[in-house]
Design a protein around this ligand. Structure first.
Ligand code: GDP
Length: 409
């Protein structure tokens, strides 16, 4: 299969308080994105569609450390971030490999203690976020209270990209404020068909007010928007999108979308938003590293031609074999190439490289800067180790360098 262009990669996590719907949203993302994937080629991935009747299917998708799915031109690496409060260190660790995140909030419970803690961690690592207010179908859903909580407790400047169409049992879809149209999700085919239609007259005033707020927020990131607005001109969707994207990638603005994952509502626009507003690996500040004995930090550009530098961010034992997940910050990792584990001072050799999908692993021969890949055959690597080109030894900065546990034979 084709390799992703760096511009089209989105390395994202889903962060939330427990019970807000992280699992349900993740499953739906894989379901809808898997469909898109299947249209292009035949694969065996039927089982992921069985999520509704079969609880046991859950394990497949949610225990995966990083699952790649396709959405239009985008390659989304969905990285599992442990949500439980006890795993805070692990959350911090995984934050490092995220270029962006979807923050899920329950429309009923709003900002909860773990929402706050993961939000702060995301702040600390400058992870851009889009927010998904889930469970809009539940009794007591009150999105205005959620927005107030975001402002008061998260100190986050939110901006609505949508308005919910109906509330609680009447929640039937969303109003897209950029395109100014209603999106509903067919009940007949598990929400796969997105229907677009004009905004009902009774919503027009509310939409006008909300869109003006969106224009005002966007104007902070594009000077031209304000003058157009003041001149009474309509600011087009593409221009708004670009400005909101700037605000989002710089962590100064947090776009908000609505849905009810359990009712198959709102996931496709969320996937669109991941592509539109969250940054590619080219748009995030580059990682840094230090050579042995060097004082100065070296900037690691997301360049496939540069010397290889990768981070082992998760090591799993699988059927007696080690599977190591790598985030490649610079260079290209090629199958069979010798690597230096610079954190431990040992040479390593990956046996095979895989792109992990929900139901299959696809063997690849190379993976380039910006991507996430799983490899077998690394004997010594532990979570947090740097792997690099032996001719350009370097350790990624900002990581706790562990004591070497093995010496070079
Ligand atoms: P997690 O703990 O964040 O992974 O949350 P889950 O995805 O396991 O969801 C927690 C509970 O909320 C489960 O019982 C879900 O079925 C339910 N749930 C998730 N999304 C929705 C939704 O959109 N509407 C309603 N009514 N329930 C939901």
């Amino acid at each position: 299969m084709a390799a992703p262009l760096r511009n089209d990669i989105r390395n994202i996590g889903i962060i939330s308080h427990i019970d807000a719907g992280k699992t349900t949203v993740s499953e739906r993302i894989l379901f809808y994105a898997g469909e898109t994937h299947k249209m292009g080629e035949v694969n065996e991935g039927e089982a992921v569609m069985d999520w509704m009747p079969q609880e046991q299917e859950r394990g497949i998708t949610i225990t995966a450390t990083s699952t790649t799915c396709r959405w239009g031109r985008f390659w989304i690496n969905l990285i599992d971030t442990p949500g439980h409060i006890d795993f805070t260190i692990e959350v911090e660790r995984s934050m490092r490999v995220l270029d962006g995140a979807v923050a899920i909030l329950s429309a009923v419970e709003g900002v909860q203690p773990q929402t706050e803690s993961v939000w702060r961690q995301a702040d600390r690592y400058h992870v851009p976020r889009v927010c998904f207010i889930n469970k809009m179908d539940r009794v007591g859903a009150d999105y205005r209270a959620v927005l107030a909580g975001m402002e008061a407790r998260l100190k986050a400047r939110s901006v609505l990209l949508q308005l919910p169409l109906g509330n609680e049992a009447e929640f039937s879809g969303v109003i897209d404020l950029l395109a100014e149209e209603v999106l509903t999700f067919s009940a007949a085919d598990q929400g796969k068909t997105v229907e677009r239609r004009p905004i009902p007259p009774e919503y027009l005033d509310e939409v006008r007010i909300a869109r003006n707020k969106l224009v005002e927020a966007a104007a902070d990131f594009d000077d031209g928007i304000l003058s157009d607005y003041l001149a009474g001109e309509r600011v087009d969707a593409e221009r708004l999108r670009e400005a909101v994207r700037k605000g989002t990638t710089s962590c100064r603005l947090f776009p908000v979308l609505f849905g009810a994952a359990l009712r198959n509502k709102g996931i496709q626009p969320l996937l669109d938003a991941v592509g539109s507003y969250l940054p590619s690996p080219l748009e995030i500040p580059p990682a840094n590293g230090k050579g042995p004995g060097a004082e100065e930090l070296k900037t690691l550009h997301c360049d496939p031609e540069a010397p290889l530098v990768a981070l082992a961010f998760k090591v799993l034992a699988e059927e007696g074999r080690k599977l190591t997940y790598l985030r490649i910050y610079s260079g290209t990792l090629r199958n069979g190439a010798a690597l230096l584990n610079s954190s431990r001072g040992v040479m390593e050799k990956p046996a095979r490289m895989f792109r992990m999908h929900a139901h299959k692993r696809e063997q690849v021969m190379a993976a380039a800067a910006g991507d996430i890949i799983a490899v077998t055959g690394l004997k010594y690597a532990l979570t947090g180790d740097t792997l690099c080109d032996p001719d350009h030894p370097l350790i990624l900065d900002g990581l706790v360098v562990p004591e070497p546990v093995v010496t070079l034979a």
